[in-house]
Design a protein around this ligand. Structure first.
Ligand code: B4P
Length: 185
């Protein structure tokens, strides 16, 4: 199976949910910038305090900050990894490409989890994190469309993008993801 993966998709698409399942099964490192940032917030570090303000508005945290978090972990050269929620804009994608070239570990496959907006809103409202109020979610969706959605073209041009319809239940989506991965062996 491919060992260097990336999950792309709108907020609430289930990137974190599916990444956790796949990483447990395949023993990949789950690298979630959302989780790393929330850990900083919970530890009340100065970075976390800065990040919380931005996250609770539904904006993206600064590129330098997330890039250095990811770089630290990838420089440890884990055997296999899954990036979840990163990159979130073209600048992050370009910086990641340079970093991965340097360590000679290019991305093998990008999976785009495709879900309609109304379902995203429903899932996130049910989750109820501090950044899951209706206004903030709608803003996150706007930010996603403007900044993150162009990455589907970015990776499609590199011929490493596959789309998975992610509007079923968790098990069904897990099966669809595994089918794509098995086809790509
Ligand atoms: P993230 O932590 O990445 O979270 P997300 O996009 O909101 O959620 P995800 O798609 O992982 O959905 P999940 O599985 O949890 O980002 C949060 C914030 O961090 C960003 O807004 C930003 O401020 C900051 N950030 C993160 N990375 C950044 C970066 N690279 N650059 C700048 N800023 C960054 O699923 C959502 C809910 O749906 C859950 O409750 C789940 O249980 C449920 N669910 C999942 N699949 C389901 C299904 N099939 N059916 C029903 N419910 C389902």
């Amino acid at each position: 199976m491919k060992q260097r993966l990336l999950f792309l998709g709108p907020p609430g698409a289930g990137k974190g949910t599916q990444a956790e399942l796949l990483c447990q099964k395949e023993r990949l490192l789950h690298l979630s910038t959302g989780d790393l940032l929330r850990a900083e917030v919970a530890a009340e570090t100065s970075l976390g305090k800065q990040a919380a303000l931005v996250m609770n508005r539904g904006e993206l945290v600064s590129d330098d900050l997330v890039l250095s978090m990811v770089e630290n972990r990838l420089n440890e050269r884990p055997e296999g990894w899954l990036l979840d929620g990163f990159p979130r804009n073209v600048i992050q994608a370009e910086s990641l490409e340079v970093l991965l070239e340097k360590i000679d570990q290019p991305i093998e496959l990008v999976l785009f989890l495709d879900v309609d907006d109304e379902l995203l809103l429903e899932r996130l409202l049910a989750r109820g994190r501090p950044d899951d109020t209706e206004d903030v979610i709608r803003h996150r969706l706007d930010v996603y469309r403007e900044k993150t959605a162009p990455l589907t073209d970015y990776y499609s041009q590199r011929k490493i993008l596959k789309t998975v319809k992610a509007d079923g239940n968790i098990k069904a989506i897990q099966r669809s993801i595994e089918e794509v991965l098995n086809l790509m062996v």
